[in-house]
Design a protein around this ligand. Structure first.
Ligand code: PMP
Length: 428
């Protein structure tokens, strides 16, 4: 209660210079003064369990990452037009995480810049501006990124779908029309996507999707979807892009990259968020052939992309993931967490579906006995959790999916705390 005036004065101050378009999470906003690993600290000194933020991938303010940044910042920071070891070292370390066909990397400073660059590279390679995008997909805030993001252009305040954009239905085996997730639904959804291209009387130069559609409500692509769709896209002259901004760097548990779960290798991959553990970094990884086509055009240069400090941070993040076995932790804790949610689903009819992989989980909140989204209840749970000092969020076309994607140092005890508190809230 003592915080209320101070929160209000912070809000007033913020809105004097910052547009309310930059929305604030939670009915009771959170004023934070520090963070460490899976905890944030509010101005009253409370520890807040962060079960939501995936950007601090190896943990908020991880000391090894902080130290790497400080050390490099004191030594050298410049742009990529000079020779320095950190750039080559990071590029090699990052590319070692990909199959041999993905052998070139371009560094930028955000997922949006990576999406934008990926599209420019795709156009340069295929000379075809048509793009097949995923329903409810989100790839960033630049104009080109918005053009390929149904989540934005299809918003009631958005500017609509451009004529070079085609949209594939989300291959969702919970709410969608094909539900048999043994490869059958995936194949049917892939056929439907190709039919959309065919019916438009077009071909596409690129197809882009996330392996689990985050803003669409944490929806994993139906099994076999990409295995059927990628060859068909390539056969008509297009390239296949996986947006791993949310799903990459071991979060999936079983796999380092989300596309691996579908048994495919993309032609291009977009990276962001977890790459720098909070330091603004993004990248496009692609094949030699695409890089070759792109190099025939105007020079590519980013003032900050691939700078020595970012590279030192990127290297530290990869090292910490390996040294602290964080992919393995995502798998073990993620499976336990999913299991707890599945048990919770048996107790509460308002939980319609539990899905995800590793520490990337969605829980669909519905009107009991139906698959109808319950937006109000999802919002109530999210805000009640915040009042209990636990951060989760909601997303999806109806904002009815509880979303949890914590730093990978999350423990089983943390998972239990989240699920027990949702249980208490649902019991009223
Ligand atoms: N792709 C995906 C899948 C994302 O979730 C986001 C950010 N939410 C982006 C791209 C854009 O990244 P950034 O906000 O770093 O520009």
């Amino acid at each position: 209660i003592a915080e209320v005036p101070s929160l209000q004065s912070q809000l007033t101050r913020r809105h004097q210079s910052i547009s309310p378009l930059l929305s604030i999470s939670y009915a009771t906003p959170l004023s934070v003064t520090g963070a460490a690993f899976q905890y944030m600290y509010d101005s009253a000194g409370n520890a807040i369990l962060d079960a939501y933020n995936n950007i601090p991938h190896v943990g908020h303010s991880h000391p090894i990452v902080v130290e790497a940044a400080q050390r490099q910042m004191a030594k050298l920071n410049t742009n990529t037009r000079y020779l320095y070891d950190e750039l080559a070292e990071y590029a090699e370390k990052l590319l070692a995480k990909f199959p041999a066909s993905l052998s070139k990397v371009y560094f930028v400073n955000s997922g949006s810049a990576a999406s934008d660059l990926a599209m420019r590279m795709a156009f340069a390679h295929t000379k075809n501006h048509n793009v097949l995008v995923m329903e409810h997909g989100y790839h960033g805030n630049t104009q080109i990124s918005i053009d390929i993001s149904d989540y934005k252009f299809n918003n009631k305040k958005g500017f609509g779908q451009k004529s070079n954009i085609l949209k594939a239905p989300i291959p969702d085996t919970y709410l969608g029309k094909h539900k048999v997730n043994d490869g059958t639904a995936g194949k049917l959804y892939a056929q439907e996507a190709m039919q959309i291209i065919h019916d438009a009387g077009k071909t596409v130069g690129a197809f882009i999707t996330e392996p689990i559609v985050g803003c669409g409500g944490q929806v994993p692509l139906a099994e076999g979807y990409l295995k059927n769709l990628y060859p068909a896209i390539r056969a008509q002259g297009g390239i296949c892009i996986s947006d791993e901004v949310q799903t990459g760097f071991g979060r999936m548990g079983d796999f380092f990259w989300g596309y691996e779960a579908q048994g495919v290798v993309p032609d291009m991959v977009i990276l962001g968020k977890p790459m720098g553990n909070g330091h603004p970094m993004g990248a496009v990884v692609c094949t030699e052939e695409i890089a070759e086509s792109f190099s025939k055009g105007v020079e590519f240069f980013s003032s900050f992309g691939g700078n020595p400090v970012s590279c030192a941070i990127g290297i530290a993040v990869l090292d910490v993931i390996a040294e602290e076995s964080l992919q393995e932790n995502a798998k073990e804790v993620g499976n336990y967490y999913l299991g707890l949610f599945r048990e919770l689903k048996k107790k509460h009819a308002c939980i319609g579906d539990v899905r995800g992989s590793g520490l990337f989980i969605g829980v669909e909140i519905v009107k009991p006995g139906t698959t109808e989204p319950d937006t109000a209840l999802a919002s109530h749970i999210k805000n009640e959790m915040r009042n209990r000092n636990i951060l989760i969020s909601t997303d999806g076309p109806h904002d009815s999916v509880l979303k949890t994607k914590p730093p990978l140092c999350f423990t089983k005890e943390n998972a239990l705390t989240v699920v027990e508190n949702i249980d208490m809230i649902l019991k009223g």
